[in-house]
Design a protein around this ligand. Structure first.
Ligand SMILES: [Ca+2]
Ligand SMILES: [Ca+2]
Ligand SMILES: [Ca+2]
Ligand SMILES: [Ca+2]
Length: 433
């Protein structure tokens, strides 16, 4: 033959004969090669990737060739797989010794393992015995996008970092480590109990603008002391038990009052985790007069894009650094005023971890008038939080109200129902969700 292709059936016969000759007594090398080369071309034509010139085919245009018997059987005889046939039905190469990485793609084939060979689109072609160095078609349209450096194609087609051979998978727990060996740290919502125990929220209040003038590590005696409840500058801190810390207000609460919050974590056994939580999560407080506060919102004024902000929707936060920033209230703080709370975790390098931590813990913020807040250390402020309870004193019904950050990073409003003054209580808690 001189390179012209016979009919598909002829190619099959030629290939079969060549194989018989080869197996039997060697035969003509040139004929074998030519026959197999054309068989490959027909397989390629069936895949729509290449075609013999129409004039080269004696009795049927290549464009009319269809995958199926006898072409498919012939192709299968050569260890090739026609398009549309399941990988599972693919016969193994007849001579394993002849199967070698495709010379056209040495790096790729060398990099992928057996699983890749079973799933890669060119697996059938790669698995074919090499025919006289014939190039395997490498249509870019058939290739999946390259995986990022260091990642490998998974059986489901996704790219993933290579498994850490030293990692022994176990259930993910909150420890700052990747327990289940999926390359992600604490990505499941497992950190609520740890946060409840190891982290603390401090709520500070001041009358007559006596709070620290700028960002401050301390607010009155906190956090060195868990609480200080005398004078114009007061503070209270959660104690790692999920219970409410109680803050007694004093004087009329108005434009000379301030609020502040801090969030700190400490755990000698998991110091890096505590450091991560304190610097990647923050408690936000919002305030608004004249019922301007939204019931639930992604943002409250400038927060959480900024750690504090002025204006009609004022806000402050623990700022991802454990530092107090005073929020100055305005006007008379009364039944038309709103507070709000949010708990926001963010980590550009590991968003799953931040989202999981945020959803695992909640900051509760509560209010009661006329000294009707539950005692310090109460497990609950209201039967449900968010929710409201009613306390009856004779014929007077007084509300207790509670909101919580809810795990969604959004601001949740605490709507005051009465004037706020020295007989009002605020409560703060950090709980697992
Ligand atoms: Ca993990
Ligand atoms: Ca973990
Ligand atoms: Ca005041
Ligand atoms: Ca007001």
């Amino acid at each position: 033959m001189t390179g012209a292709c016979p009919t598909a059936g002829g190619a099959v016969a030629a290939a079969g004969g060549a194989r018989a000759e080869s197996a039997g007594h060697g035969g003509s090398g040139a004929r074998i090669i030519a026959a197999m080369r054309c068989a490959v071309r027909h397989a390629v034509a069936a895949l729509g990737l290449a075609a013999c010139a129409a004039g080269e085919v004696a009795d049927r245009p290549v464009g009319s060739a269809r995958v199926g018997a006898p072409d498919a059987d012939a192709v299968a005889d050569l260890g090739l797989v026609p398009l549309g046939r399941d990988d599972a039905s693919r016969p193994p190469p007849r001579d394993a010794a002849t199967a070698r990485p495709d010379a056209a793609q040495p790096g790729r084939d060398a990099a992928v393992g057996e699983e890749d060979a079973a799933t890669a689109p060119d697996a059938g072609l790669d698995a074919a015995p090499p025919v006289d160095g014939a190039a395997v078609p490498d249509d870019p349209d058939m290739q999946p996008p390259e995986c990022p450096p260091g990642h490998a194609r998974q059986p489901d087609g996704e790219c993933a970092p290579p498994p850490d051979a030293a990692c022994a998978p176990r259930a993910e727990t909150c420890n700052g480590a990747d327990d289940d060996c999926d390359g992600r740290v604490d990505e499941a919502p497992v950190c609520g109990p740890w946060a409840e125990r190891a982290c603390r929220v401090t709520l500070g209040w001041a009358d007559n603008r006596r709070g620290p003038a700028g960002p401050s590590d301390t607010w009155s005696a906190c956090p060195a002391m868990p609480r200080q409840m005398g004078g114009d500058v007061r503070c209270t801190t959660t104690l790692g038990d999920g219970r409410f810390a109680h803050l007694d207000l004093d004087g009329n609460v108005d434009e000379n009052d301030q609020l502040a919050v801090a969030f700190r974590c400490e755990d000698p056994d998991f110091a890096a985790l505590a450091e991560w939580a304190e610097t990647h999560c923050a408690v936000f407080l919002g305030w608004a007069d004249d019922n301007r506060g939204p019931a639930e919102a992604e943002a409250w004024g400038a927060c959480p894009a900024q750690v504090a902000g002025d204006g009609l929707l004022r806000c402050t936060s623990s700022g991802y650094d454990g530092v107090f920033r005073a929020l100055s209230l305005d006007g008379d703080v009364d039944e038309n005023d709103d507070l709000a709370v949010a708990f926001v975790c963010r980590d550009d390098a590991d968003p799953d971890r931040a989202r999981a931590f945020q959803s695992g813990a909640a900051v509760h913020l509560a209010w009661s008038p006329l000294n009707q807040g539950p005692p310090d250390g109460a497990e609950r402020w209201t039967p449900e939080c968010p929710g409201e309870d009613v306390v009856r004193i004779g014929r007077i019904a007084l509300p207790r109200r509670c909101v919580q950050s809810g795990g969604d990073g959004r601001f949740h409003r605490l709507d005051f129902a009465l004037d706020i003054d020295e007989d009002d209580d605020l409560g703060i808690a950090l709980k697992r969700r």
